[in-house]
Design a protein around this ligand. Structure first.
Ligand code: PEP
Length: 249
């Protein structure tokens, strides 16, 4: 039985006061109610420490949005997986389509970062997904399979997380249909079993991401092999993020 993971990707949003208040509000709700899912928040780097303080003892996990492949060194502007772990992170998002597009990150680099995450004891959330043109051309499944084969680190364990995020659905208000999500997640599951063996391949959580909101969360979270959500915009609104978590069966 895979427990659902509801992960909030705050992206480059939030200043200290608002970030701590948002995380604190979620922590208060989590402390007051028995949770049916795991919550994770991934704020921008300057908020990692205030958010870690706000969620202390709430059961909410903390994650980074990216990491470097090295542990330390001359890499201006970068953070290592070890640094994320040092401020209390247990997860890191890797290969988000915005990093693939804005920073030219390819799957080989994502794989090296996933190895760095494992080295530091972090759980990597490896993001994959097709563009609108690739889906229109009937290439979605092929693109996703190639990204997974090239991005997953050798020896990946059950703590790894894969996020299927169709690029055309991120931040657009468009969502993949439950039938499309079911098809892609089934194929990812099959591939994970092939690459990691049945035990690990069956245990890895596969998240869906792309305009998840309270209005569509219950339907998406009920799809086979959907083990949670990677949430962007709606994770910045306390009530919406909480409602998404509460919609987990
Ligand atoms: C994301 O950034 O991973 C994402 C899914 O964003 P949104 O929920 O805003 O589409």
């Amino acid at each position: 039985m895979r427990r659902k993971l509801i992960a909030g990707n705050w992206k480059m949003n939030g200043l200290r006061a608002g970030g701590a208040a948002l995380a604190g509000g979620l922590a208060e709700k989590c402390r007051a109610e028995a949770l049916t899912c795991d919550f994770l928040v991934c704020p921008p780097a300057h908020l990692l420490i205030p958010v870690s303080e706000a969620i202390a003892g709430s059961g909410i996990a903390l994650g980074g949005q990216d990491c470097h492949t090295g542990a330390s060194g001359a890499h201006t502007g970068d953070l290592s997986a070890e640094m994320l772990a040092d401020v209390g992170c247990s997860f890191v998002i890797l290969g988000h389509s915005e990093r693939r597009a804005d920073h030219g990150e390819g799957s080989d680099l994502v794989q090296a970062k996933a190895l760095a995450a494992a080295r530091a004891g972090l759980k990597a959330i490896v993001c994959v997904g097709e563009t609108a043109d690739e889906r229109k051309a009937g290439r979605a499944l092929e693109v996703i399979e190639t990204q997974i084969r090239q991005s997953l680190p050798e020896g990946a364990g059950a703590e790894l997380v894969v996020a299927y995020e169709p690029v055309w659905a991120i931040g657009t208000g468009l969502t993949a249909t439950p039938a499309d999500v079911a098809e892609v997640h089934a194929q990812i599951r099959q591939l994970l079993v092939e690459l990691c063996g049945a035990g690990v391949g069956d245990a890895i959580r596969i998240l869906y991401g792309g305009s998840v909101k309270p209005a569509n969360a219950a339907e998406l979270m009920a799809v086979d092999n959907v083990d949670g959500a990677l949430v962007g915009g709606a994770s910045l609104k306390l009530e919406d993020f909480w409602a998404i978590g509460s919609s987990c069966p």
